[in-house]
Design a protein around this ligand. Structure first.
Ligand code: NAD
Ligand code: UDP
Length: 312
């Protein structure tokens, strides 16, 4: 198959490029490097089945190859990144998604959208099933991301209903692993980086807010399984293993053997208090279940961060 992956030079996108190339597909990776990096795809550039296009997908583009899939993963995803680029984040979720859907329609290709658990906002129910409509502040600092993804989902379903485009929508819960940008500001990368370099571990609020973490290989397995199933979604891809940020900080300290101190900082505005995936639909529809526990996934990530820090 010939597959266009937007955001292919990012954390998740680069894992997806590698996995789909391994599966014998041709991959066209499109990225503007706003939060991704050429480093993430450098070993792919010599692969004859890989083509890279530097482009901002918020602007339209024609792809010459006949595509089987358009997979839209482009978007700043870390709160630090989307707070820095709120308008570009809104554009890639709305105009970028519209452009990708237009490409999918013109090529009669299937469309895959990387949406997010952020569509649930600061949820009033837990765990969050796909049927929950969410609790999002439409004008808060996180709205550029949350609302752009909600609009992306709405656009995708409009193309499904009006133009019969074959769609696949996933809602990704906090995913971590190798190839995360060391200073992307997300909690796992921050804590590991701080622990390995002996800096204070920055815990926001009292650290009682929760997230459920998914190791990137598990997420990619879920995506590959979903590509083989005809179902519009949305499908949650995330684990039901819920941890407080204080517990995560202590775990990272223990796994790295770090002497870093925990430093309490103010909780960012609208930071969701609780987040836990309900993955039962993924299990039912895709036969998907996460394989990695938090310790195993963190150990693999810590090993990768150590190598990256050595190389710096
Ligand atoms: P990332 O920042 O590492 O990757 C995003 C990539 O998209 C980067 O390479 C960036 O340069 C590219 N990009 C952004 N805007 C672009 C544009 N206008 N044109 C072309 N390229 C553009 O983030 P990630 O964690 O790999 O996230 C990938 C996708 O998964 C995003 O859509 C994100 O919303 C979604 N997601 C991720 C998580 C997670 O925990 N990692 C959770 C929920 C959803
Ligand atoms: N967080 C933290 N310290 C950090 C970075 C994040 O305590 O250095 C908290 C943040 O307030 C949030 C959680 O960790 O409650 C997850 O943050 P992240 O930015 O990784 O992703 P989010 O789920 O908020 O999009």
């Amino acid at each position: 198959m010939i597959i266009l992956i937007t955001g292919g030079a990012g954390f998740i996108g680069s894992h997806l490029c590698r996995r789909l190339l391994k599966g014998g597909n041709k991959v066209i990776c499109l990225d503007n490097f706003i939060t991704g990096s050429k480093e993430n795809i450098k070993e792919l550039l010599s692969n004859k089945n890989f083509r890279f296009i530097k482009h901002d997908i918020s602007k339209s583009i024609k792809i010459k190859e006949k595509l089987n899939w358009v997979m839209h993963f482009a978007s700043p995803a870390s709160p630090k990144d989307y707070l820095q680029y709120p308008i570009k984040t809104l554009k890639v979720g709305t105009l970028g998604t519209h452009n990708c859907l237009g490409i999918a329609k013109a090529h009669k290709a299937r469309f895959f959208l990387a949406s997010t658990s952020e569509v649930y906002g600061d949820p009033k129910i837990s765990p969050q099933p796909e049927s929950y409509w969410g609790n999002v502040n439409p004008i808060g600092p996180r709205s550029c991301y949350d609302e752009s993804k909600r609009a992306a989902e709405a656009l995708t379903f409009a193309y499904y209903r009006q133009h019969k485009v074959n769609i696949h929508v996933i809602r990704i819960f906090n995913t971590y692993g190798p190839y995360m940008r060391i200073e992307d500001g997300r909690v796992v990368s921050n804590f590991i980086y701080q622990a390995l370099t002996g800096q204070d571990i920055t815990l926001y609020g009292k650290g009682v807010q929760t997230r459920s973490f998914c190791y990137v290989d598990d997420l990619i397995d879920g995506i590959i399984k979903y590509m083989k199933v005809d179902y519009p979604g949305p499908i949650n891809l995330g684990t039901p293993f819920e941890f407080s940020m204080l517990k995560l900080a202590k775990k990272v300290k223990a796994l790295t053997g770090s002497k870093s101190r925990i430093k309490y900082l103010p909780l960012p505005e609208d930071d969701p208090k609780q987040r836990r995936a309900d993955p039962s639909l993924a299990k039912k529809m895709l036969g998907w279940q996460p394989r990695y526990g938090l310790d195993e996934g963190l150990n693999k990530t810590i090993k990768w961060f150590k190598e990256e820090l050595k190389a710096c």
